[in-house]
Design a protein around this ligand. Structure first.
Ligand code: NAD
Length: 350
């Protein structure tokens, strides 16, 4: 602990003495990231934007940088961390809330990790509701029809959300907002969380009951060893016929093969997916001219009752601006040797 602290003070001292610029390598940086961060550029910091994701093949791009700034699909494994640390990178600044893509145990004693725990829970919760409404009112089909002057309504019959039961798994910042939105629609709201909260406007029930009795199930818990494949063949079998699944959290919460089987068996009524188990190779990139090798994803996309967005739920102006402001503050505080309040713990390797 003293060693890490001492190293940081020494580093801060050197920076002030030599008026060194803080060099920040941004990975998986798209135009909207650049636009949000550019207003914070100044003569003390140098932003270097890389379109590519961080992985073992690209980590060399962070050589001579002080900070590596990453997003949800950068692969920050032990080998990458070893190399970052060897290059002198002292801070890994996540411009997101989830950190399942970082080997935190490997960071211990080598690199500090900060994140943006909250930027706009509304962005994600509203996207979940947007996908649900789109699905149950067949907006995705109507949009294409009317573009072609096809004004037929056949096959577009939806159903009211009012009076339906929605089960929310994970009642943190986003889950709570989603519950409030659903309550506004007059839905019956059930919730399951490992750590229930008093301020949630839903009835807490056990996971089994939520799975068995919900018309719609929305996932808002983080990905960890306990939640991986929380939706699997067994839970799908226990669901109501025609249940709708919404996932704006992390792809690995759902066993995609089991979901596909549930859809083929006509057990699942619809799936609204903003995230996908194997998204890291594909999402955020344009593969429209390519042959996609992921057969499960390709088959899911062909289903008339599957709506897929490419990890887009966070993408509002408000969220991007809040992410940029919080990330820059994290970096500034770290370089000034101040506590950020957003540092993530480093578990011991088991
Ligand atoms: P949060 O930390 O505020 O809430 C997570 C909730 O999950 C907490 O209440 C926690 O107690 C609960 N939880 C933890 N382990 C659980 C378990 N085993 N079973 C049931 N509940 C459990 O997080 P948040 O800000 O609401 O974000 C939720 C998730 O949304 C994040 O983990 C992230 O994966 C995802 N996310 C996605 C996007 C997107 O663009 N699609 C954007 C932001 C966040």
């Amino acid at each position: 602990m003293f060693f890490v602290c001492g190293r940081r003070i020494y580093y801060g001292f050197l920076r002030i003495m030599w008026k060194m610029k803080t060099r920040i390598a941004f990975f998986d940086a798209k135009e909207y990231d650049k636009a949000a961060f550019q207003p914070y550029a100044n003569d003390q910091t140098e932003f270097i934007f890389y379109d590519t994701k961080l992985c073992e093949n690209t980590v060399g791009l962070a050589r001579d940088c002080d900070v590596a700034c990453v997003f949800v699909n950068d692969d920050v494994n032990a080998a990458v961390i070893e190399k970052l640390s060897g290059f002198g990178v002292k801070l890994l600044a996540l411009r997101c809330a989830g950190y399942n893509n970082v080997d935190l145990a490997a960071c211990r004693g080598k690199i500090t990790v900060v994140r943006v725990p909250s930027y706009s829970p509304y962005a994600v919760a509203e996207h979940a509701m947007a996908m649900l409404l789109c699905s149950v009112r067949r907006i995705h089909k109507a949009y294409i029809r009317t573009k072609d002057f096809n004004f037929s309504l056949n096959g577009l019959t939806g159903f009211d959300l009012h009076g339906k039961t929605v089960g929310v798994i994970g009642t943190g910042k986003i889950g709570k907002v989603f519950i409030d939105i659903c309550n506004g629609f007059g839905m019956k709201t059930l919730a399951y969380d490992k750590f229930p909260s008093d301020s949630v406007g839903a009835e807490y029930v056990g996971l089994d009951q939520l799975i068995r009795t919900s018309d719609i199930i929305s996932l808002h818990c983080p990905l960890n060893a306990e939640t991986e494949h929380i939706i699997n063949g067994e839970s799908i079998a226990a669901m109501k016929k025609g249940a709708i699944i919404i996932n704006t959290s992390r792809g690995e919460l759902i066993d995609s093969e089991a979901l596909l089987s549930g859809i083929k068996d006509r057990k699942i009524g619809a799936a609204c997916l903003d995230v996908y188990e194997e998204e890291s190779e594909l999402f955020f990139e344009d593969y429209s001219g390519h042959i996609v090798n992921d057969d499960t994803l390709a088959r899911l996309i062909t289903m008339p009752n599957v709506i897929l967005t490419s990890h887009q739920a966070f993408l509002t102006e408000e969220a991007l601006n809040a992410i940029a402001a919080a990330t820059v503050e994290n970096i500034e505080k770290f370089t000034q040797n101040l506590p950020t309040g957003n540092e993530i713990g480093y578990p011991e390797r088991k």
